[in-house]
Design a binder for this molecule. Structure first.
Ligand SMILES: [Zn+2]
Length: 213
């Protein structure tokens, strides 16, 4: 660009965006962005219960876990959850990173939400498949859902954990279950709520906001 004596203020986040684009180039080896795959917009197939422990399913779960691990390595620890259609698998399962657990990678298979809180909270959400948009999304403060674990046993997610950690997991689960139904967080965007990520602090300093009725 030609330098003159007059210049408008320049975007403050050029370096951050550069870093973000370099990361995106690496994660695009395995991760689809919205518009790149019709699978991101389709409901996924339920896995028959007897097929959960089959070798083929195990390999798919291992692949998805590996993708989340790689994403977290490339982005220095971003990425809390990943759903199968994001890496080209049209099946109903997702993996959530939960460092508080002995096994930090929790697989949820065939999740079904059975109850949602009436209380709604908003939080700025990023999605690996909409890099690097951030959208304020209002969601129920908590949900209850059933799912199958990797051994094919039925489990329930039900927590009254009202701390930020509890709220965050309730949100991550809703985000991932949405992916399994072909819904992406940008679908909830209300025009001006949609912004590009321009600095790490934008997300790190975010807080939950209760919606007043
Ligand atoms: Zn997502």
């Amino acid at each position: 660009m030609k330098q003159s004596s007059w210049m408008p203020p320049l975007p403050p986040a050029r370096e951050y965006k550069k870093e973000n684009l370099i990361e995106m180039l690496s994660t695009s080896q395995f991760l689809y962005q919205v518009g790149e795959s019709p699978l991101l917009r389709m409901p996924t197939k339920t896995i028959p219960q007897e097929a959960i422990t089959r070798d083929e399913t195990k390999q798919k779960i291992a692949y998805l876990k590996d993708c989340l691990k790689k994403f977290r390595e490339i982005t220095s620890g971003k990425g809390r959850g990943i759903a199968a259609p994001q890496v080209g698998i049209p099946e109903r399962f997702a993996v959530i990173y939960m460092p508080e657990r002995d096994d930090p990678m929790l697989t949820i298979i065939n999740p079904i939400i059975t109850k949602k809180a009436e209380e709604q909270v908003t939080f700025p959400e990023a999605c690996m498949s909409c890099n690097s948009l951030i959208v304020q999304v209002a969601r129920p403060a908590w949900i209850i859902f059933s799912y199958f674990d990797e051994e094919g046993k039925k489990q329930f997610w039900e927590t009254n954990d009202d701390t930020d950690t509890g709220r965050m997991y309730n949100r991550i689960f809703q985000h991932e279950i949405d992916h399994l139904d072909g819904i992406i967080n940008i679908d909830y965007a209300q025009g001006k709520d949609l912004v590009f990520e321009s600095q790490a602090a934008q997300y790190e300093q975010a807080t939950f906001q209760q919606i007043k009725r």
